[in-house]
Write a protein that binds this ligand. Sequence first.
Ligand code: FES
Length: 152
Amino acid sequence: MYEKIFTKYDPVQENLIYILHDIQDTHPQHYVSEEAVQEVSDFLKIPSSNIYGVLTFYTMYSTKPRGRNIIRLCESPPCFLKGSEKILARLREILKVGIGETTPDGLFTLELCACLGVCGNAPVMMINDDVYGNLDENNVTAIISGIRGGQE
Ligand code: FES
């Protein structure tokens, strides 16, 4: 199932994190399944326990199905000081999920993350690969509505 990804890499352990990234990025539910771990284990000839070790060490990986859109709200101090708590409260209210949870329609997963490197625009969140800065309770609502409207 992942042959297309495997053809891009030499079967060496140094490529593990890149392979896992590709698998997660191309999965519609943004996660690395048990089946994927087994296939990577066969491809790299390393035990699946080593792969799970990497998957659980890095917060960017998930072993559980997630939403089509991954929201990562920055919780580092500059964003916190600029009101990321209020943004989080608004996101939880709009989406009706807690941190780490996925909306029942499978559209959004809400996560927290460390500095995204654009502190000048704090508070900041990423949705998939897009960065949204200078958030307030109004524009965050509009951003979510816009995505929802485009994908329902
Ligand atoms: S602290 Fe939030 S982007 Fe840097």
